[in-house]
Ligand binder design. Structure first.
Ligand SMILES: [Zn+2]
Length: 380
């Protein structure tokens, strides 16, 4: 019996971690599926992702942060592309996402005509309504603003010299798009007023037209699936301190969800001992980078000590302050915070090639263990 127990104890942690990578993969596939439509602003993609994440929180046994609901509502303006997304250059039909992107602040419309060359890569219609630019690579984003013309970026390999165009692009500007942050926690068993927070944005860019969407596997379905695995772990193994988990919306539109949370916090910000934001954690061959490392040197040293003692990651790179993800408005408000992303491996970013199958999750287990060790050492 004793022997069996010892063997079980040795086996169980291993099982727990391997189940987590399985769970992470399932969540990753769900979040990047066509149904969720790039977790954005058309086909209710963002709303479906919000429902899915809060259902996961509930299933694991987390408590809503405000005691009532996992969802924190807010709204913001956004320009969307729900319908037609057609472009012909010199009579050739181009493929949305692969051959071209429309700049996110663009007005839609139906038009055709001749193009006049302005410089080596810019071509403008005689009405000034349509601008075509040639690019080496395409990177899409989200806009909260709307301009009075249509700008389209075309990949150089698709066309040599644009002479005439034909567009049929539908846009819809939504002044108050409704979005939700998903906020849950596992109450501490001994010191519930001391909080460690994990955050990851679940929104991505959504869809561009009715046939093209951006899956955003690394950015940031990877972070959300990782966060959910951690949430499940802590719900099953509550810590002495409170573990809080937030999945933000509106990150790609300008850190809107996390800014809203810091202005309308559901936990006392002064009780947050530390916050770790994870955004793009699907690789890890060369290690991780820590934004705010130089701002919080004590915690950065601790992270390195744990890593060195256990040989988890190849390298932990230090970076200074940067307003490049959801940690930013927290540290601006005095909440100690790191933003962590993995390095090495694939580099697809804000394009249609950021797919779940490309993510190796090379350092999934090691990163998971590093975080759990860090939390417990930090809160000792
Ligand atoms: Zn991101």
């Amino acid at each position: 019996m004793k022997k069996c127990l010892i063997i079980l104890c040795l086996i169980i942690p291993g099982i727990a971690f391997s189940q987590d990578i399985k769970l992470t993969r399932t969540i990753l596939d769900t979040l990047t599926s066509k149904t969720m439509w790039g977790r954005g602003y058309t086909n209710n993609g963002l709303g479906k992702a919000a429902d899915y994440i809060s259902a996961q929180f509930k299933a694991y046994g987390l408590s809503p942060m405000d005691g009532k609901t996992f969802k924190q509502d807010f709204s913001f303006p956004v320009n969307t592309f729900p319908g037609s997304m057609e472009l012909k250059i010199n009579g050739k039909s181009l493929i949305a996402g692969k051959d071209f992107i429309v700049k996110p602040e663009s007005m839609g419309g139906k038009a055709s005509g001749k193009l006049e060359q302005k410089d080596s890569s810019t071509f403008i219609s005689s009405t000034d309504q349509v601008v075509i630019t040639l690019k080496d690579k395409l990177t899409w984003s989200v806009s909260t603003k709307l301009t009075d013309h249509t700008e389209i970026q075309v990949i150089k390999s698709a066309i040599t010299t644009p002479e005439n165009f034909d567009i049929n692009i539908e846009n819809s500007f939504i002044p108050e798009f409704k979005a939700e942050n998903i906020c849950g926690l596992v109450k501490g068993t001994a010191h519930p007023d001391s909080i460690v927070v994990f955050t990851a944005h679940y929104d991505h860019l959504g869809g561009m037209g009715s046939t093209t969407y951006f899956p955003g596997a690394n950015d940031n379905a990877s972070g959300v699936s990782f966060l959910l695995s951690m949430a499940k772990y802590y719900a099953a193994n509550p810590a002495p301190y409170t573990m809080a988990f937030i999945c933000f919306a509106g990150e790609e539109a300008g850190l809107i969800g996390s800014k809203y949370f810091t202005e309308n916090p559901l936990v006392d910000l002064s009780k947050i001992r530390f916050l770790i934001n994870i955004d793009m954690v699907g690789t890890g061959e060369t290690g991780i980078t820590v934004v705010n490392a130089t701002v919080y040197p004590k915690e950065f040293t601790l992270l390195n000590q744990i890593n060195d003692a256990n040989n988890y990651l190849a390298k932990i790179k230090s970076r200074g302050k940067a307003p490049n993800s959801d940690h930013y408005f927290f540290s601006e408000k005095g909440v100690p915070a790191f933003f962590i992303y993995t390095t090495g491996g694939i580099a697809a970013y804000h394009n249609i090639y950021d797919l779940p199958g490309t993510l190796p999750f090379t350092k999934y287990d090691d990163l998971f263990k590093l975080f759990i060790d860090f939390n417990s050492k930090l809160m000792k």
